[in-house]
Design a protein around this ligand. Structure first.
Ligand code: NAP
Length: 257
């Protein structure tokens, strides 16, 4: 990379934590940040997928480490935050990609479903931001990156409590952008369309639905984890310092209708 591009987009000397970095969109983003030079820590529950991702990225010459952590409880979130700062120190970049979508029919959603969804999808991004952003502000550089959803903006394929959690995430982003404004810390969201990942494996069995979703985009196909790479590097890098509180749709134009 030439020096001009390295100043705008390069991540050498930065540290990143990517929750959910062992699968799907989070894995795509962890790959992108690590390949752009960030020492990157992946946080998820399953050790096998973490190890597989870490060894693939290491084989590609990246600095990367894995942390097993469970973001489904307050104690788990706090423990994961401490452990994530272990391998490379306090992060400059936090990507909140860990998420769940349990999709019960709306009338059958229980309080436990609400708690489970809100904890992983909204409380973890909040508590991790509270844990890491003050240090980022002190050091004068920080990037909080959330993964939202179409369902933060419109009801769509059974949004349910998941949609409510993603609405919370985008409001959290705006609050963080306001709170940390002027400190060098930004907060932004990437908004996927329908992305082919294990999260929606059950929905993918309905090929007619998958094709209908692809046809609703302007580009004519559903999303892939690698579609998030360039946007994540941009939002993580120095060049996006004047972008905050923004929701960037990476959806092939799905939301334009
Ligand atoms: N795929 C889409 O179409 C789509 C659309 C809009 C938004 N999104 C959002 O994009 C993000 C990533 O989704 P994806 O499609 O890439 O999903 P995915 O392939 O299922 O990956 C989810 C990741 O989160 C981790 N995770 C789940 N529960 C966790 C917990 N309690 N503690 C720690 N880690 C946990 C998973 O690892 P373990 O299971 O090993 O913990 C995995 O690494 C999510 O926030 C999702 O809501 C996805």
């Amino acid at each position: 990379m030439n020096a001009y591009l390295a100043d705008l987009f390069g991540l050498h000397g930065r540290t990143a934590v990517v929750t959910g970095g062992s699968s799907g969109i989070g894995r795509g983003i962890a790959t992108a940040l690590a390949s752009a030079g960030a020492a990157t820590v992946i946080v998820a529950r399953g050790a096998d997928r973490i190890e597989e991702t870490v060894s693939t990225l290491k084989a590609g010459g990246c600095r990367v480490a894995g942390v097993v952590g469970d973001l489904s409880t307050r104690d788990g979130i706090r423990a994961a935050a401490e452990d994530a700062a272990g391998p490379f120190g306090e992060p400059d970049i936090l990507v909140n990609s860990a998420g769940i979508n349990i999709r019960p029919p709306f009338a059958e959603i229980t309080e436990a479903d609400w708690d489970a969804t809100m904890t992983v999808n909204a409380l973890a991004p909040f508590l991790l931001g509270q844990r890491f952003a003050p240090g980022m502000a002190e050091r004068g550089y920080g990037r909080l990156i959330h993964i939202s959803s179409q369902q933060a903006h419109r009801a769509f394929v059974g949004s349910g409590v998941y949609g409510a959690s993603k609405g919370a995430v985008e409001s959290l982003m705006r609050s963080e952008a306001e709170a940390w404004g002027g400190t060098g810390v930004t907060s932004n969201s990437l908004v996927p369309g329908f992305v082919l990942t294990p999260l929606n494996a059950r929905l993918q069995q309905d090929t007619a639905k998958v094709e209908a979703l692809a046809a609703r985009t302007m580009i004519g196909r559903n999303g892939l984890p690698e579609d998030f790479a360039a946007a994540a590097v941009f939002l993580a890098g120095a060049g996006s310092g004047y972008v905050t509180g923004h929701s960037l749709f990476i959806d092939g134009g799905l939301s334009v209708h």
